[in-house]
Design a protein around this ligand. Sequence first.
Ligand SMILES: Cc1cc2nc3c(=O)[nH]c(=O)nc-3n(C[C@H](O)[C@H](O)[C@H](O)COP(=O)(O)OP(=O)(O)OC[C@H]3O[C@@H](n4cnc5c(N)ncnc54)[C@H](O)[C@@H]3O)c2cc1C
Length: 463
Amino acid sequence: VSIDDQSALADVAVIGAGPAGATVAARLAQLGHRVVAVGRGRARRSHRCETLAAATLDLLTMTEADRSVRRAGFPAVEAMTVAWETSPAIRPMPPGSLLVDRDRFDGLLVDRAVELGVTVIRATAVRRLHNGSNWQIELNDGATVRARFVVDASGRPSSLRQSRPDALLGVTGRWNVALDRPTVVAVDDGWIWASSDGSQSCEVTVFVDPRAWRTLGPDAVTRYVHLVDRAGVLPPAARMAGGVTSGDATSALASEVCGSDWLAVGDAALALDPLSSSGVQRAVQTALTAAVVIHTVLSCPADAALALDHHRQVLARSAEHHSAWTRESYAAVSAVRPTAFWTARATPEPRAGSAAAALGLHTSRSVPPPDAVVRRSPLVRFVEVSQVVGDTVRLAPAVVHPGFDGAVAYVAGTAVVPLLAPLDGMATIGDVVGAWTDTMPAAAAVELAHWLLRRGVIEEVAV
Ligand SMILES: Cc1cc2nc3c(=O)[nH]c(=O)nc-3n(C[C@H](O)[C@H](O)[C@H](O)COP(=O)(O)OP(=O)(O)OC[C@H]3O[C@@H](n4cnc5c(N)ncnc54)[C@H](O)[C@@H]3O)c2cc1C
């Protein structure tokens, strides 16, 4: 599908060319599909700099977009100054974390998608019409893209989720000073993120309750400056250059994430609280899985329902983890700053792990000797779950156990059912590991056995 021939039928049209859109488009092109991506050009976000979690580059190796990102010379983030529930401390970051200018970073991912054969149209999709068995997407220049499948990668919905008690508004300004390292600071009525991207200025975003700010009008700028000054994140001589911009930053899972011929990825499906600094990583991750889901729908229609359900489940699990993590992080501050902002976001939820603890698992943490007798836990159940196997979604055998977070089919790339199923009596740990060395190196077998013992999936038996 060339730009001149937009009326030809594409396999997939992707709306939005941020990290999620560019990645899903690139991966689908690698899998042999004809893909058109419609991007708006510059994203309308309130800020420019973001931390790129180190694991993102590993994910981007799938489309080889990591190469140009590594070459781009984005500054490394080796440490952050964090004043969360405690006074300021310097915390090291995982090696490989970067501070990226999002316009440039997004541009590199789009360039890679183009190299892989994606047709990228820079315009705004103004209207989408479902026409019989295919989609017609009308662009603002009057052109139409036709596609069998549509991906919504358009980012956060623009409407603020003001009614939610945990709603979050990000207000950003640029200041005339450089910072040695990114800084996160909790204050009574919100938290602050400040970072320089290698230039002689920095961006400072305050995350606050939108209900207290939306009605302020021009007073919002005064309030923003006052909050930044009061927090002491910048030297006293710092001055703001220009005005402020704002945007929704509430974490949210979309009520519908897919249908038979469409699917949402990245922030359009699941937007995370910026505190995690992993929105881009999650966007790329959901995009890579979504590409496999779409590939299954298009190339193996019999498995379409299974694949789409897999997409729903992956996002629901991800949302649940993120929500528990976020609550815990806010609860840590609410213990020392019991203000309305923190307590509203800190309501604790029971963690999945607590069930295992309540059942008395994980009690024996020391590594047993090779002649110790073990058995498969009677709580282990064998089930079938949807899994990404190669480039498609299929049903695969998996293990359910209270020590696992959900059903597990693979551990470190090894199918776990063939290892546990034969273990239906008692055996020494040495024998168990010995049997596994038929399919994996001895050191990996020992490590896996200890990992399963720590989770109570295999357990030591007193004889
Ligand atoms: C204040 C703030 C700070 C953050 N800081 C970090 C951080 O430090 N680290 C981190 O990893 N994450 C951070 N995030 C989260 C991160 O920005 C998102 O998770 C990430 O951008 C999601 O990628 P995406 O591709 O899903 O969406 P986006 O990056 O929003 O991309 C969507 C794209 O679609 C385009 N688009 C929208 N509508 C249309 C349309 N109709 N037609 C065509 N194109 C369209 C947009 O212009 C945009 O280019 C932060 C978020 C906020 C709000």
